[in-house]
Each structure stands twice: as structure tokens, then as C-alpha cells.
Design a protein around this ligand. Structure first.
Ligand code: SER
Ligand code: ZN
Length: 624
């Protein structure tokens, strides 16, 4: 699980996703899809969780106490807690041990039929961190204990309602031998520490913010700290700690600075202030993928933390900064407001990728960053969207959620967030974000809630945007232009369509036109950009002097531009203002002209790419 950008998707993942999408071919009782339409709120809520870990490589004891409360909307249901690879040692309700006939364990899950409306459940399980080669749940690797719980790893730690809409406050006690585990970390603030009679150390952590189980984290081992500080806009001093293996302690300064920059940027751009007194990042060598935004205790693959001038390239430095920012930004878009169910993954990932893209654009060159992101989108997401694994950014079903950490959910998801930003401008987008947090801080919500906040904050309707969430495939935008010599008018015709996908892919049939913002400008023959003047009765979403955003939300539409005396050259889809493939007849002369004069750096680059491709193909033709 992870921030997958730039990561090769593992073959196993590809295969599993393929099976997922093709599940109708391979139906078997084990491969039962979970459907988005089947969502039901949980039958119980969990308010408080206390966890005690007696850490031991082959037999860690996890003692859990959960304060449970029946959800009045779903009466008369038994308590069903999920668990995987857990060895149950004891179980009690309100301090009374349960006889074996009071509960059952079915398919690994714990079912208790007769329970009060509110009660405390205590369980003790034994788990084997060394044997845990999946790297989900609690595992030990290179001598250190580490967890990864997104999406469904927490069920490998204790019996739980392991779903993102169950938010609880956690207090976590860690006990271990101080020689092998001098450092013991978990979410929130460290509230107590002592040496036990048997010589072991005990550390207690408390996270005051309710969180879903996928944000739980524990790290213990022989680690060193690279410390720093950040003073928030509210004047609070936050302790920053980068934890690494001893030999890496000299490679952390860039990560620390990246974190400080991210914290400042989120305050300045979105008014979002960090909320705990401490923020920790742990770098581990053995980690499934990129990094993980556990509350107050991020866990990273060390390649996204460690950087030193002797070994790291410029790109490495940029990646570290971007991934640190990405995980930090999740504190608000993901943690404070989280997903109601896993179908909503793009709610937090698309939005957070978009935020990290904007951050990098502000720190470096916006044009170069946009070019980089579009190269990634076109080379990784577009093939995914055109093949047998195509899926909408908000899938309708899954067999294994772990397979949906895809370029589509992340990178196309970020493009859809960019559409709101393009339509609303930075101020309108900020108004939408403010309303989103005002309405949903502390909640588990859906992509529809985000869309509603963006729309309501700006008195707009974004109903048609829903199609971007439910339709797979990359639309094609076909553009043609004509010049009326008599009236001195320039016409642009737009048409959108979807290339066909296999009918077996959910959502592939009956796709409707999507709202496509077309950022554009017109360039006079002398290379100067022209003011945008639309003929009477035509409106743009936005006009900003020499550039405009047109909105195509039907199959076709056309626009007429006036106020010029010679045929201009159109620059359309500036900055790739929507994740669509542009089809437009342009001569090499026109492309060379755009490459020289387009006011949009991205389109200047793109024209150069198309021109170069045309020339290479022409040369190749000559060889035949
Ligand atoms: N949520 C983590 C990330 O994207 C891992 O999936 O950074
Ligand atoms: Zn993420």
C-alpha cells in the first residue's frame, strides 16, 4: 500500500487486478466481489481503544479493550469483528470471561451474538511478527517491528471493526526488552514511560484524534532520531522527529527540511495547521511500497527519506520532498477527513496527489512539474485506462482492495481534482476546501460529499462531474478550426468521445459526455497573444484577458471568436486542463509556431513533442 507514484506495479498486483476486473470469467466461491452499492453503516461503533503490546518476535501478545456501542440505525445484529492470523487467548465482556459457546470464530472472524447495547470487549491474541511475510499488520524485519494497516492490515493485529468509517480514540502501551527495542513509537503523544520490574521498558502513547484503524501504527527497534522543530501559524511548537537505522542518521536533513516546507505551505495555501505536538517519520528498508500517512507517525520506505549529496540525484531529492509532502498533506486530506469506505479511496488519494503536485509546482517550476506529471499520466495511467484493467477512479467492486492502489485512482483522481481547480480558480477551490473541512472534519465521507462542498461553496452545480468518477477510459477531444475571412471570425469546434473498451469492464458501456474544461488562448501571426472575445450570447467558464476556460459538457459544441483581423492560431487544452487525448489536425508549421510563441509553457513543450514525433515518423517513412 502506498504512494505508488513512480513505483513499478508488481506482477502479482497486476495479475490480481486482472482477475479482479475479469472476475466474471473466474467466478469461484473465494473470489467474491465487494460491491460499492452494498455499503451499510457498521452495526457497532467503537469509541475508545486501548491496546497493549508485549512485543516478542515469535509471539507478541496484543491485549485489546474496545468500548463498543450499538449503532441504533442497525439494530439486532450480532457483533462481528474481523481477524486474520490471530491466535485468540482470551475474551471477556465487561470483565467477565466468555464461555466458548458464547462466541464463534468463522472464517477467522469473531462473532458474538448476544451483546448489550454498550459494553467493553477485552481480547487477547498472540501474533507472530517474524512469520508475517505479507508486510501487512505487525511484522518484524531487520530486527525492527513495524506496521502497515492500510487498507486492511489492522485485522492482523487484533479482532476489530477494520473499516474506515469506524473512528476511535487510541491509547497504546508498548512493552519490550530495552536492548533490542530502545525506541517504541505509536500514534499521538507520548504520555508515560517507565522500566518494569522484569527489566522491560514500557511506553504509553495516546492519540486524541479519533481515527480509523488503517491509520494505526507502531514502530519499535534500534533507531536513531534526527530532530527538528516547526512553529505553527497558531504559535504552537511541534517536535519533528525523523527516525532511521543508525547508519543512516546523516542522511535525514533534506527530509526534515521538506517536512518543514510542507507544513508551511499547507498553512499558507489552505490555512491548514498541524494538530499534534509531535510529528514522526520512520524510514524502514522493508516496506511494501512508498510511504504511509499513519496519524503523527508516518512510515516510509527509506528511499523516500534518505538523501545525501554523495549518492542522491536531483530527482531523488525532488521525490523525497514530494513524498514527504504527500504524506504530510494526508493529515488533513485523509486523516482528519477520511474515507467512508474503500471505494472512496480517490477522495483522499486524488486530492492529496493534487495537493502534492501544487506544492512541488510552487517550490520548483510549475511548467516543468506539470510536464512531468503529464508524462507520467500518459505513460502509466492512459494505458491502464485503455486496457483490460480499466476502471473508474471510484470503482464499483473489488475482490482485494489492495489491488486498487492504481495510477487511475491516484493520478487520474488528481486530474479530476484539478478540474475543480481549473473551473473555480484558486480562490473558488479554496472556498470549497474550507467548506469541506467545516462540514466534515472528524468524519468519514464520500467523493459526493467533496463534490457537494465544492459546488455549494461556489453556488455551482457539479452534478455532471459525477461521470468522471464512474466512467472508465480516456476520452478523446477532437478540435477543428475555421476562419471566416469576410466576418473576421474564428470558429473552434469541439467533440468528445470515448474509445471503446471491452464490454466486460464495469461502466464501459453507455458512457456519457463528461465536463471537460478547455483552457485556451489565441495567438496572432506576429506571435502576440490575443484578447479572448466571444461572439454574442456565448459564454466561457472563465475569461482572464488573453486566456479562457471553456466548458464542454455535451458531445459537441462550437465557439466563435471575434475582435481580430487575421486568422489566429489556437492553443487549446493548456496545461492539459482535462485528462483527455487531444486530436487536432495541425501542420508542422503550426506546431513550430506554437513551440515558439504559445504563452502556455506546457503547450509549447507539447507542440514540440508532437512536432518531433511527426518528424521522426516522417524520417522513418523515408527509410522504407
Ligand atoms: N495511503 C498511502 C499513500 O498513498 C499508502 O497507500 O501515501
Ligand atoms: Zn496517499
Amino acid at each position: 500500500m502506498c504512494y505508488i507514484k513512480g513505483e513499478a506495479i508488481q506482477k502479482a498486483t497486476l495479475l490480481a487486478l486482472f482477475l479482479n476486473c475479469q472476475s466474471h470469467y473466474f467466478r469461484s466461491p473465494e473470489l467474491k466481489p465487494v460491491l460499492r452499492s452494498d455499503y451499510q453503516p457498521p452495526a457497532f461503533w467503537i469509541d475508545e481503544v486501548t491496546l497493549e503490546f508485549d512485543l516478542s518476535p515469535r509471539g507478541t501478545l496484543v491485549t485489546a479493550s474496545l468500548s463498543l456501542r450499538r449503532n441504533d440505525d442497525r439494530p439486532n445484529l450480532p457483533l462481528e469483528l474481523v481477524g486474520e492470523k490471530l491466535d485468540l487467548k482470551s475474551i471477556a465482556i465487561d470483565g467477565t470471561q466468555l464461555a466458548p459457546d458464547r462466541y464463534e470464530i468463522a472464517d477467522g472472524n469473531l462473532v458474538i451474538r448476544d451483546v448489550p447495547d454498550a459494553f467493553n470487549l477485552q481480547t487477547q491474541v498472540s501474533i507472530d511478527p517474524v512469520d508475517n511475510k505479507s508486510l501487512y499488520g505487525l511484522y518484524q524485519s531487520s530486527g525492527n517491528y513495524c506496521t502497515q494497516c492500510e487498507a486492511m492490515g489492522f485485522r492482523r493485529i487484533t479482532y476489530f471493526l477494520d473499516r474506515p468509517d469506524v473512528l476511535a480514540r487510541y491509547t497504546v502501551t508498548l512493552r519490550a526488552d530495552p536492548i533490542s527495542c530502545p525506541v517504541m513509537l505509536s500514534n499521538g503523544n507520548r504520555i508515560a514511560e517507565r522500566t518494569l520490574d522484569d527489566g522491560r521498558r514500557e511506553v504509553v502513547w495516546q492519540d486524541p484524534f479519533p481515527k480509523p484503524s488503517y491509520l494505526f501504527a507502531l514502530v519499535a527497534g534500534d533507531l536513531r532520531c534526527h530532530p527538528g522543530k516547526f512553529v505553527t501559524c497558531g504559535g504552537r511548537e511541534v517536535q519533528l522527529e525523523i527516525w532511521v537505522e543508525p547508519e543512516n542518521i546523516d542522511c535525514c536533513e533534506h527530509a526534515l527540511r521538506s517536512l518543514q516546507k510542507s507544513m508551511l505551505w499547507d498553512e499558507q495555501t489552505f490555512g491548514l495547521e498541524y494538530d499534534l505536538d509531535i510529528y514522526m517519520i520512520v524510514a524502514v528498508n522493508d516496506f511494501n511500497m512508498g510511504a504511509m500517512e499513519n496519524k503523527g507517525l508516518n512510515v516510509f520506505n527509506s528511499k523516500y527519506v534518505l538523501a545525501s549529496p554523495e549518492t542522491a540525484t536531483d530527482d531523488d531529492y525532488l521525490h523525497v520532498e514530494a513524498v514527504i509532502a504527500h504524506e504530510y498533506f494526508h493529515n488533513w486530506t485523509g486523516n482528519r477527513v477520511t474515507c467512508r469506505d474503500w471505494f472512496q479511496l480517490t477522495l483522499k488519494e486524488g486530492l492529496t496527489v493534487f495537493r502534492d503536485q501544487q506544492f512541488t509546482a510552487d517550490q520548483t517550476s510549475a511548467a516543468v512539474k506539470r510536464i512531468d506529471d503529464v508524462v507520467t499520466l500518459r505513460s502509466r495511467q492512459w494505458p491502464e485506462d485503455a486496457g483490460p484493467m480499466a476502471h473508474p477512479i471510484r470503482p464499483e467492486s473489488y475482490i482485494s482492495m489492495d489491488n486498487f492502489y492504481t495510477a487511475t485512482v491516484y493520478d487520474k483522481g488528481a486530474e479530476i481534482i484539478r478540474i475543480y481547480h481549473t473551473l473555480l480558480g484558486a480562490d473558488g477551490f479554496r472556498r470549497g476546501m474550507d467548506l469541506y473541512f467545516e462540514r466534515h472534519d472528524g468524519d468519514a465521507v464520500t467523493c459526493d460529499d467533496f463534490r457537494a462542498a465544492m459546488a455549494d461553496a461556489n453556488n455551482m452545480s457539479f452534478e455532471l462531474l459525477d461521470r468522471w468518477y464512474s466512467q472508465p477510459g480516456t476520452p478523446t477531444l477532437t478540435v477543428s478550426s475555421t476562419w471566416d475571412d469576410e466576418l473576421n471570425q474564428f470558429h473552434l469546434e469541439f467533440a468528445q468521445s470515448y474509445p471503446s473498451l471491452s464490454n466486460e469492464i464495469p461502466g464501459a458501456t453507455g458512457r456519457k459526455p463528461v465536463p471537460i474544461p478547455i483552457d485556451m488562448g489565441l495567438i496572432a501571426p506576429d506571435g502576440k497573444s490575443l484578447p479572448i472575445v466571444l461572439s454574442d450570447g456565448q459564454t466561457a467558464q472563465r475569461i482572464d484577458g488573453n486566456s479562457a476556460v471553456l466548458l464542454l459538457d455535451t458531445e459537441t459544441s462550437s465557439y466563435t471568436f471575434t475582435g481580430m483581423t487575421e486568422r489566429p492560431t489556437a492553443s487549446v487544452l493548456r496545461g492539459l486542463s482535462a485528462p483527455v487525448a487531444l486530436q487536432m489536425e495541425r501542420s508542422n508549421e503550426e506546431l513550430a509556431f506554437l513551440m515558439a510563441h504559445d504563452g502556455d509553457s506546457f503547450n509549447r513543450w507539447d507542440a514540440g513533442q508532437t512536432l518531433a514525433t511527426n518528424l521522426i515518423l516522417k524520417l522513418a517513412d523515408c527509410v522504407k
